[in-house]
Design a protein around this ligand. Structure first.
Ligand SMILES: [Zn+2]
Ligand SMILES: [Zn+2]
Length: 444
């Protein structure tokens, strides 16, 4: 008996979803669909059988996500007669190129990969499926990051964390109770990751004003409605209040879609993300196991907000014109900071040398318009207070970061990526050190 294939609503309605566009560029139609309900595992199993029939399907999970949702889903898929293979990662898997190869060895000839989990398991499934051109679905277990719906995956290649293109899942099946009961720290991480947009959107506007002209108001417009359901309710998220946690989860899904629609991670990833990438990339050197992505980003948000606050207090006449000198000094620190990875980092920094050189003339020219943007950002205290109100500690200690490592990232992470962010603006305006100290005060 053939079951009917169900179609679920898109995360962003293709009819109305692009209404907030303010640019002249084309956006792809949003494709990801979402089914959310207590019966999501059963619906996934039935849809899987209806769409793929007898074709092989690979299910991915780790021991933790197996317990909260994987075991039940596995049983339901088997009961529906799905031709199923399962692969269980060890606890706390890391998304490395080697592990991708392991997944791909198990996914030969499958029609679909289904990930049960959050950041890493989702990235492993998404990237493997994308490489082999097979379909990908996911069943999220935590509102911990915005990568579920994004068109990128964070994979460690030869020790260096890279953000690689990967096709978003076609379908997401969410179990509200599982999302709601995710560990407190994962909820706090998701809250920080979704709020990154508040500073990264301004980074993007500054970059667009100075160089590319590619800013579009669509991602911000898409988030405006849903934001109200979580932004002001950190305590409710901390308590596990259903409306607030599901609001946060929906915000994360939308934020990932917004990135794919913008064709760039710029709307949700600015300077605040660079410090997090910096700490991830430094793992082989420091031996520090990275903290949850969202929490490291949260520390970055406080730094970005401190930069904006310092910048907003500067007049046009206060701007030093030291672009060449600043580039040389920053580039000279790369070998000591990066050791074996110095060449790779130096290449990235070199890529933005021309843009940085133009700061001497562009910053004074555009200062009045930039000032208007700087003033839109809340002070760093606002974010530090919000993050702490979730109820889990929010400090460098809690993230196993030393003050030295924080300062190193704050002053040097702008060298690891080509993108122009607030960290470049603050460095060139001469306020990066002071803003770093401001942020430190709030993170002690
Ligand atoms: Zn647009
Ligand atoms: Zn993020």
């Amino acid at each position: 008996m053939n079951k009917k294939i169900r179609n679920h609503p898109r995360v962003v309605d293709p009819e109305t979803g692009l209404a907030g566009c303010t640019c002249d560029f084309e956006h792809p139609a949003p494709q990801v669909t979402l089914y959310s309900g207590e019966d999501a595992a059963q619906i996934l199993a039935e849809d899987c059988r209806a769409v793929y029939g007898d074709r092989p399907v690979l299910l991915l999970f780790d021991p933790e996500t197996y317990t909260v949702a994987g075991a039940d889903l596995q049983q339901r898929l088997q009961a529906e007669g799905v031709n199923l293979t399962s692969y269980q990662f060890d606890s706390h898997p890391v998304a490395t190129a080697a592990l991708i190869e392991t997944v791909r060895a198990h996914s030969k000839d499958v029609a679909l990969i289904v990930s049960v989990g959050s950041g890493t398991i989702n990235d492993l499934g998404k990237y493997s499926a994308s490489e082999d051109h097979v379909d990908f679905w996911c069943l999220p277990t935590a509102p911990s990051m915005n990568g579920y719906t994004s068109g990128i995956a964070a994979i460690k290649v030869k020790g260096v964390k890279r953000t690689l293109p990967a096709t978003p899942p076609q379908r997401i099946y969410a179990l509200p109770e599982v999302i709601q009961q995710a560990p407190l720290k994962l909820r706090q991480a998701g809250f920080c990751d979704v709020l990154a947009k508040v500073v990264s959107d301004i980074d993007w506007q500054c970059e667009s004003l100075l160089f590319s002209g590619r800013y579009c108001g669509l991602p911000a417009a898409m988030m405006t409605e849903v934001e109200k359901s979580y932004s002001d309710y950190p305590e409710a998220i901390g308590r596990g209040d259903k409306a607030a946690v599901i609001g946060l989860f929906n915000g994360l899904l939308l934020s990932g879609v917004a990135m794919s629609l913008a064709g760039s991670s710029a709307p949700a990833s600015g300077g605040e993300h660079l410090v997090s990438h910096f700490w991830d990339m430094r793992e082989p050197i420091t031996g520090r196991e990275p903290e949850l992505h969202g929490l490291q980003v949260g520390a970055g948000i406080i730094l970005s907000a401190a930069c904006y606050q310092r910048l907003s207090q500067l007049g046009q006449g206060d701007l030093p014109r030291l672009a060449e000198q600043l580039f040389t000094v920053t580039a000279a620190r790369i070998p000591t900071i990066w050791g074996a990875y110095a060449n790779e980092v130096a290449k990235q920094f070199q890529n933005k040398r021309d843009a940085l050189h133009q700061f001497d003339t562009l910053l004074p020219q555009k200062w009045n318009s930039l000032q208007k943007l700087f003033h839109q950002v809340h002070p760093p205290e606002y974010f530090a207070d919000l993050f702490a109100r979730i109820g889990a500690p929010f400090s460098l200690d809690a993230f196993r970061l030393t003050e030295d490592e924080f300062v190193l990232a704050a002053l040097n992470s702008r060298a690891i990526r080509e993108r122009i962010t607030v960290l470049d603006l603050a460095a060139h305006a001469g306020v990066l050190e002071a803003a770093t100290e401001d942020a430190l005060q709030l993170l002690r």
